[in-house]
Design a protein around this ligand. Structure first.
Ligand code: FES
Length: 280
């Protein structure tokens, strides 16, 4: 059992939890993930490590409430324990030697983009952050991004915060203005990452994307997280989650992602009914 030492709401649907997990905190690196289960019968949820504190022995996770598993997790409070917390899994983001990087985050993907931006800054890389949200209420981690980015551009779909529009607009502006990025790292919805790649490809700027498909075992055995990268089958849990964006078959990944939407909605409904019954 792993104790929740801190819980905070980052926006109405996104929660941060800090979990006591000294062995994971000791080994964790930016870009790696854990698998958490709220209770013994709960769904397994893969979540990228948002932050770790080796001294305190804690690991922070940030999640959006989208299905039954995340609703169960969100029902826990400080002082409660999660049943399983396994990791660190996957490969760390490769950042060594990078001098000038643009980190692009979208929505809750910003929770994954932040530790990468922080790790880049810590090694002296010039970091340009471009983060996008649907609206002002959904903005998360702004102060944290400001602290680790040399420049931060915030975009919102409806113009209620920062600039109105999608993240690829300032990205292309920066490239055209001669930003000279060694690499672009994009983390967010599949469609956002697909269009970031479309933006950078004509300029041949290496673009790394973080793939977050459905995962079950997290060890390369079940095949649930398979993707096509460069025409070959890869498993996000062991070969990734980072991949060369120019090589990823986004259309296939998006098609696979929609397969689970119906199940998630059903799960959500069942969990709501259960919680309602507990309250009654
Ligand atoms: Fe099962 Fe990756 S989660 S193979």
């Amino acid at each position: 059992m792993f104790k929740i030492v801190k819980k905070r709401e980052l926006n109405p649907t996104v929660t941060e939890m800090v979990i006591e997990a000294p062995l994971i905190a000791k080994k964790a690196k930016a870009g790696q993930f854990i698998i958490v289960r709220a209770g013994a019968d709960s769904a397994r949820i893969p979540l990228t490590i948002a932050h770790y504190d080796r001294e305190a022995g804690t690991v922070a996770i940030i999640f959006q409430v989208v299905g039954g598993g995340t609703m169960e997790l969100n029902a826990l409070n400080e002082g409660d324990c999660v049943h399983d917390f396994v990791g660190p899994l996957g490969k760390a983001t490769e950042i060594e030697g990078l001098k000038n990087v643009c980190v692009v985050g979208g929505g809750v993907g910003c929770a994954i983009a932040l530790p990468v931006a922080q790790a880049l800054k810590a090694q002296g890389t010039h970091v340009t952050g471009i983060v996008g949200f649907r609206n002002k209420d959904l903005v998360i981690l702004e102060d944290e991004f400001r602290a680790c980015c040399d420049e931060l551009i915030i975009m919102s779909d409806d113009g209620s915060y920062g600039r109105q529009g999608v993240v690829t607009v300032p990205l292309e502006e920066k490239i055209k203005a001669g930003a000279n990025f060694d690499e672009v790292i994009a983390i967010g919805p599949l469609v956002m990452m697909k269009f970031v790649v479309k933006t950078t490809k004509p300029y041949n700027i290496k673009t790394v994307v973080s793939m977050n498909p459905i995962m079950v075992d997290g060890t390369g055995m079940c095949g649930g997280c398979r993707l096509t990268v460069g025409g070959k089958t890869k498993f996000a849990c062991v070969d990734g989650p980072d991949f060369d964006g120019f090589e990823v078959d986004f259309d296939e990944a998006m098609k696979r992602g929609t397969m689970y939407r119906e199940a998630e909605a059903k799960d959500r409904e069942e969990e709501c009914n259960l919680l309602k019954k507990e309250v009654e």
